[in-house]
Design a protein around this ligand. Sequence first.
Ligand code: MN
Ligand code: MN
Length: 425
Amino acid sequence: MENLNQISTTDGNARAITHDKFTRRGFLGIGSAALAAAGMVPAIRAAGQEQTDRSRSDPGPSNPTLDAQNPDSMWPPDTDSKSLVQTFKYPFSFANKRVYEGGWSREVTVRELAVSKSMAGVNMRLTAGGVRELHWHTAGEWAIVLYGTARITAIDANGKSFVADVNKNDLWYFPSGIPHSIQGLDPDGTEFMLVFDDGDFSESETVLLSDSMAHIPREVLSKNFGVAEQAFKDLPRQELFIFQTEVPGSLEADQNAAAGSLGKSARDFAFRTMEMPPIKRTKGGEVRIVDSSKFKVSTTVAMAMVTLRPGGLRELHWHPNADEWQYYISGKGRMTVVATGNRARTMDFQAGDVGYVENALLHYIENTGDTDLTFLEMFKSSFYQDLSLSEWLTHTPPELVMAHLRIDKATFDAMPKDKAVVLPR
Ligand code: MN
Ligand code: MN
């Protein structure tokens, strides 16, 4: 086993690497991310000598695993600014997990990620039979199923019932004040991401059936429901929130029993994302956009689901209408956000991370891994909207653009004339 000093001939301060995997052969073969994790940048050759950049060493305490996951924070690209850009990443791995019999819940809100003022996310797991109890809240709730199958229930504003089963990539939306529940189905329950149109939202501050009933005098419950007080002797004294019960029977039976004489709701609170073809498909990837033009009830939340192939780029763009809340579903990528006042920062993302871009700031997302990168762009808006940097520049008088960028006409002419969305085409 050799340490780094044996190959960095000019930098006596280089941190010695003593881990077994960093043999000389291994060191020369590993990528820049792992080198960054080791507090080093790749050796460069100058005048026939191997050197390291003295400034790019990090001899003090470090966390190599986290550093390797965040190479653009460890050693930012030269184009990032030295002045601060508020952190726009929070991994769900850091979130406080509330574990119950029947499942768990964790949230990333403005309290965890200070920049995320307009939206919040809750990640939840329910076992087969596990229930997120009947409840409602003032925020609108948008959701995507990440795993398995769930049965969702609600009533509409006319009191008519809605019951549906949802599978991976299906969506639901429950407007403010509409009561609802979620239950995991066979064989292994479900996991999903809830997105709320309020950064201040918290799953621990919703109106729960159990909690509400526990705070109403028994004689009032007796009058309200027309049954003896004794009938409520076993009411839970504490909230259930998530609890384990039996897997429900057939969907049709539940729908009919819930509908009763009022009949079923005419509103569809669910949306089958994969029954819709992508709105854009290129060599670089594909995009599905679901807003209230397709998913009628979703009047406060719009989604773009983006998949980038390895090396693919979600082109430089911005959104004139809303902040963007992101959730990374699979793969690895990086994003640069250009803020106002000569500031910019690049951060790295992977499955389970939340990202955030404030309203109208320029950004791109690049797949930096060797598998597909899939993520959600979420907006507190009834509609999806973006502007492409390429489309803007190529629909501005050419001489004006050429004078700004100091480019020739051939370069201007080569720029894409329409919105590519995902590159390469
Ligand atoms: Mn809810
Ligand atoms: Mn975007």
